[in-house]
Design a protein around this ligand. Structure first.
Ligand SMILES: [Zn+2]
Length: 123
């Protein structure tokens, strides 16, 4: 399988319910998002898809999270805005923008700090 990865960033605030006391207080992160898409085959140009196209799609998804209080967004009212759920949310939204059925989101990783991240890998 071939895989490509794009990296984007956004800044937002969140409050995590029932995790640890200090996480329950409103605080912010500069999230680093790694989004990977894969395909078993390449197109006639020898690529999975243009990096710019995936980067644009991820940027549009992230623009709706950037500088927000994540808890106030519809998806995160019912789902704790953890890095795990942020990765899941971006993976689902990104897959929805990809029209080529041969191209699948293989993973999305949300880095909350330099040394802590969560990954969602659709099966
Ligand atoms: Zn946090």
């Amino acid at each position: 399988m071939f895989e490509l990865k794009v990296i984007t960033y956004f800044a937002a605030a969140h409050r995590l319910k029932m995790v640890a006391k200090k996480c329950e207080n409103m605080h912010g992160h500069n999230w680093k998002i790694e989004a990977c898409v894969g395909s078993k085959s390449l197109n006639s140009a020898g690529i999975i898809v243009d990096f710019g196209e995936i980067k644009k799609q991820v940027s549009e998804i992230i623009a709706k999270l950037d500088h927000c209080v994540l808890n106030e967004l519809d998806f995160f009212r019912d789902n704790n805005p953890s890095s795990e759920n942020i990765a899941f949310y971006i993976a689902k939204k990104l897959q929805g923008t990809i029209e080529n059925n041969d191209i699948k989101v293989t993973s999305v990783t949300a880095w909350e700090t330099e040394d802590a991240c969560a990954t969602y890998k659709p099966l």
